[in-house]
Write a protein that binds this ligand. Structure first.
Ligand SMILES: Cc1cc2nc3c(=O)[nH]c(=O)nc-3n(C[C@H](O)[C@H](O)[C@H](O)COP(=O)(O)OP(=O)(O)OC[C@H]3O[C@@H](n4cnc5c(N)ncnc54)[C@H](O)[C@@H]3O)c2cc1C
Length: 324
């Protein structure tokens, strides 16, 4: 089948790679460049437990080791997938009660201090989950390269504005992130998805000190992610400000306050980079992966977990394509 995929973020590239591997002939249309938006900006947590994506998220995470290995062999790109535990610390008895109910392994204050001496002394314990991380720009580029290697054509700087732009295709997958609502409207469809801005800051801990944090940390929707090069990425805001993808003084200040509150030594870190991007948000926080008409499939709305959910999304879309 000739399939047009609109959008070369992690979702479009993952779908293209999977469909091409399944014997379809795929063309990807991208308005800008591969991974130019959220998929090239994300922090890279693969966190089904701390993000409460325990069903689809956990199934998707299980696909990552094989995918990362295959992408390395086929493209030479190391997506830096690796296991890394995550911690959610408790600062008061209410926090502790809620966290202890949510599964995971509870670490009391003594074990926590032994494992993470850099955490704020007010932490009274933490729940630990076995989770993982990846480097999202590499993942998106590797998926695109693997798809290309199997015969997919990826047309960058090629916006789709109307059905005529993809009239050669037997099937069209709309995977345009937060822009999918406008795109779908051009196809006569209503897709309730909108932008949610997330800001991030990369901190470089002061040299010649022990690493301030050895595991990922999540708390109240924010997180700290130690990266393979020693940096710590602090994220993220969740703001409904339309298609405004700027990093702002208020947003970054909030993230810096969070980082210092969790790990005081990060107050001395170098601020290396700040950036922002737009997540595709939905009413219930769940993605929309569905056949919208005989010729159109929607794959968007992955909000905070599109990197995590990319492999399982590709499998679901392949099922929709091949299952009729
Ligand atoms: C700050 C931040 C941190 C995040 N951290 C994580 C994380 O740690 N873990 C995780 O799992 N997820 C994370 N996410 C979420 C994840 O990044 C997104 O869910 C995911 O990238 C969405 O991918 P996408 O392909 O749907 O959208 P996008 O990456 O936005 O890609 C859509 C593409 O479609 C293109 N496009 C739009 N309109 C058209 C058109 N008309 N024609 C052609 N092309 C078009 C755009 O140019 C864009 O390249 C984070 C997001 C943000 C913002």
């Amino acid at each position: 089948m000739r399939v047009a995929v609109v959008g070369a973020g992690v979702i479009g590239c993952s779908v293209a790679e999977r469909l091409q591997r399944g014997g379809h002939q795929v063309t990807v249309y991208e308005r800008d460049t591969v991974g130019a938006h959220a998929s090239g900006a994300a922090a890279g947590l693969l966190a089904p437990f701390s993000e409460d994506e325990r069903d689809a998220g956990a199934r998707s995470l299980r696909l990552f080791p094989g995918l990362a290995q295959r992408l390395l062999e086929e493209t030479g790109i190391d997506v830096q997938f690796h296991d890394m535990d995550s911690l959610t610390p408790a600062f008061d008895p209410e926090d502790e009660t809620v966290l202890r109910r949510g599964g995971g392994r509870w670490l009391d204050v003594f074990e926590l201090r032994r494992l993470e001496p850099g955490l704020h002394p007010d932490c009274r314990g933490a729940v630990l989950f076995p989770e993982s991380q990846v480097t999202p720009p590499r993942l998106t580029q590797a998926l695109a390269a693997a798809a290309r290697g199997r015969g997919t054509e990826i047309r960058e700087h090629s916006p789709v504005a109307a059905p005529e732009d993809v009239e050669d295709a037997d099937l069209v997958v709309l995977a345009a992130g937060p822009w999918t609502a406008d795109l779908a409207a051009a196809f006569g469809l209503e897709v309730p998805v909108w932008p949610s801005r997330g800001q991030l800051v990369r901190l470089r801990p002061a040299p010649a000190r022990p690493a301030p944090l050895n595991r990922m940390l999540t708390h109240g929707g924010r997180y700290l992610v130690p990266k393979p090069d020693g940096a710590v990425v602090a994220g993220s805001t969740e703001e409904e400000v339309g298609f405004d993808a700027r990093a702002t003084a208020d947003g970054i200040r909030g993230l810096l306050d969070f980082a210092r509150r969790m790990v005081p030594a990060l107050g001395d870190a170098t601020v290396e980079e700040v950036w922002a991007a737009l997540r595709p948000a939905t009413f219930d926080g769940q993605p929309i992966i569905a056949r919208a008409s005989e010729r159109i499939i929607i794959a968007t709305g992955h909000n905070r977990n599109g990197i995590l959910l990319a492999p399982i999304t590709a499998e679901i879309v392949a099922g929709l394509v091949d299952g009729g």
